[in-house]
Design a protein around this ligand. Sequence first.
Ligand code: IMP
Ligand code: MG
Length: 185
Amino acid sequence: MSEPLIIADNIERMISADEIALRVATLAEEIIQKLPHDLMIVSLLRGSFMFTADLIRAMHIAGGGSVRPQIDFMTMASYVGTESSGNIEVVRDLKEDVEGRDVLIVDDILESGRTLAFAKNILNERKARSVTIAVLLEKPNKRKVDNINADFVGFTIPDKFVVGYGLDYANYYRELPFIGVVTIN
Ligand code: IMP
Ligand code: MG
């Protein structure tokens, strides 16, 4: 895949589009080897839209058509108010019933773990049969919530603010085909 010729000069490349594509393909293989093929995929918007779109196509290719996931979306947000209150709310809920389903949560990045802990808890309360987590990125040593881990991780990255491939800064840069670090000048 060709890289864009012109990029914003305050974004330093961290993971190229080719590296992402290769990793998404192997991640899809790991997922279909370990999980049932009739998954309910819960994609956490907005950051994971691009990863989810690529991952489910890679799962289809890796599974040779044996994989038949259903897809739904959920949007979470931190409460407006005191910063780092750590409270999460559901802004847009699922349309599908997850009771009895094997759910795979797909998110862009695992940092404090609050978002994923909250999402996992909701799905367990709704009696999902199993809840597994796949994230594209993970920042280690940033966890604020104990016992939340991703079962499938694309890349472990340094503790830097990254954008691209769905991840944003003020809702910009989601369109970048690579992951980069924003350097605030
Ligand atoms: P957590 O609840 O702290 O694990 O936060 C995860 C959410 O914070 C992600 O789903 C992202 O939306 C956002 N986030 C965390 N780190 C970054 C980053 O480096 N770039 C862009 N968004 C980030
Ligand atoms: Mg997010």
